[in-house]
Ligand binder design. Structure first.
Ligand code: ADE
Length: 224
């Protein structure tokens, strides 16, 4: 998979993308991630990427031209499955969307900017708008990092154990059951006997019951 991220803060991705699963996915050549900074494509005489909003109001608006100068050449090079714009005023990203996007070959993620971007960028280029949750971040970069992480770990061959993504919370519509490791007892808190029984059918049943119980208690909306 190829992911092109359009951002004025590419350094914000250095930490999240150089460790753990994304690092491994890049090393195994399961994903290629490229950054494009609109500041390197200023196309008005002042070299600015944003301008005052028509009609007045607070905040600057990202101009079309620097974004078009990045996206147009990319579209000439290859077909993109989705051009995603990160914005709180859109549908919320979830595991189902991560699954779908993990099957794509090429995606662009355009990170939102201050007050917003010229609506025509959204009308002309963007095919999918996604929010990370019902709260406002300072920019789209953290949302883009979250989406990328959730998507890349699902690409076949990225996780060591192929089944481990299948047992994630949400993957079967339920939250994950509790996990235990050594020691057997800690400050009076014991590991449930069933997990020591060696009976894998019973252990699977117990884990399912726990997942259902936890989902009912914490996220009853998922059971509907
Ligand atoms: N940019 C600012 N807030 C955001 C959010 N909640 N989701 C995606 N992008 C954002």
């Amino acid at each position: 998979m190829r992911i092109d991220i359009i951002t004025i803060f590419p350094e914000m991705f250095e930490g999240p993308f150089s460790h753990s699963i994304i690092k491994r996915a890049k090393e195994r050549e399961k994903v290629e991630i490229y950054f494009h900074n609109p500041r390197e494509y200023p196309v008005n005489k002042y070299g600015s990427i944003d301008d005052y909003p028509y009609g007045g109001g607070a905040g600057m608006v990202m101009r079309i031209e620097p974004v078009a100068a990045i996206i147009d050449p990319l579209l000439k090079e290859r077909a993109y499955d989705e051009i995603i714009y990160t914005t709180p005023d859109s549908e919320q990203f979830n595991q189902q969307e991560a699954n779908r996007l993990s099957t794509c070959s090429n995606i662009i993620i355009l990170c939102g900017h201050y007050k917003g971007i010229d609506q025509r960028i959204r009308d002309i280029y963007v095919t999918k708008e996604l929010s990370v949750g019902d709260y406002v971040l300072s920019g789209g970069e953290l949302a883009a990092a979250v989406f990328t992480d959730a998507i890349v770990r699902l690409i076949p061959g990225v996780l060591g154990n192929e089944t481990s993504a299948l047992s994630d919370s949400f993957q079967d519509g339920l939250l994950a059951p509790p996990l235990y490791t050594k020691p057997l007892e800690y400050k009076g808190h014991k590991v449930p006997d069933i997990l020591l029984s060696g009976n894998h059918q019973k252990i699977d049943e117990w884990r399912n019951e726990q997942a259902e119980r936890i989902t009912r208690e914490r996220r009853p909306d998922l059971l509907k």
